[in-house]
Design a binder for this molecule. Sequence first.
Ligand SMILES: [Zn+2]
Length: 383
Amino acid sequence: MKEKEWQRFAVQSVVLLAAVLALSVFHPGDIIRDNGKMVMADGTAVLNNSDNVKKQPGQKKKVSVYELPVKTDKAQITERSSIYVEIKKSAVPTGAAVYLSDEYMEQGIRLVIESAKGRKLKNEDIARHNNGRKYTGKVNKKNKKDIAESINIRYSVKKKKYRAELELKTKHLYAPALYETDKAYFISLARPRDVYDKIIVVDAGHGGIDEGTSSARGDREKDYNLLVLKELKQLLDKTDIKVYYTRLTDRRVTKAARTNLANNLEADLFISIHCNSSGKNGKNDKAYGVETLYSRRKPLNSKLGNKKLSQILLNNVAEEIGNKKRGVIRREGLYIMHHSEVPASIIEIGYMSNKSDLKYILKKSGREKVAKGIYKGIMEALE
Ligand SMILES: [Zn+2]
């Protein structure tokens, strides 16, 4: 470092220290950011669940949607719940980097410990607490109150970097958060509805071997559903709505897994993005426009009906892209429609078999408009 940089560094350090001191003196219980870690006034570091945190300057590591980055929104920080996983500090080498991912599609969590010194995780290191009961060691199916369904531990060494990985599948779906104290790491497992005010599930239809429909020249529906979802994600990332995505890559996800996610989360909305097509092998160019699909099935614990949600989505998307509203169509037979316990709608954003619809589906600017329409619809539906 040059002298000037040193000076600036020294000034910044003093300012930061003063700020930390001021906060800890005047606002006990407040949460202070310290080197990318959330620190409670009692010295407890808190890492919490949010997909909305932007990359910090100088932060090289890409934050994936499944990884739980540092929480900046105080309102969503939760107390440690009565259900939690405890990993003793003795199992974690000093100076290790610890990451927690919310693998909600697998109904589990993944804890990664990376360090310069090796230390294998053992089954005995991982204690599962459930309202006063404690389980360690291997999962025994007879222990009904053990929150763990299965535990899988991996260990690898690459370029002198040791990596211990814990994959823990749970019997229920939780919103996990990582806490650190002097003695242990705690992963609190709370009911998502107790943590988040607004929860939505956004689904890109098809994926993997299930390609959906296609255009005459072979563009595959599954790819464009996902691209629209990614545009939508950018808009939703800026809100404090907790969004769960059934897939963010080209992979196969069963309809049951998609719907179970929405049901287990008790989500406020469940929206599935699709592209339409008409005629044999999508050869009918005549049909065009936007439509939404719904079921008359009544959602549990929600005043918003499926038809109302579908109407809101249709209006917003069709208006945003300036395309025909084909209508809100009742489709009881579709799996998602039939099994969703929460307000659900399938949006068919346009026809891949129609040249003019296909144009906006294939163009980024077109998909941005579709995403904006869905986004507006979500906001209106959540009001
Ligand atoms: Zn489809």
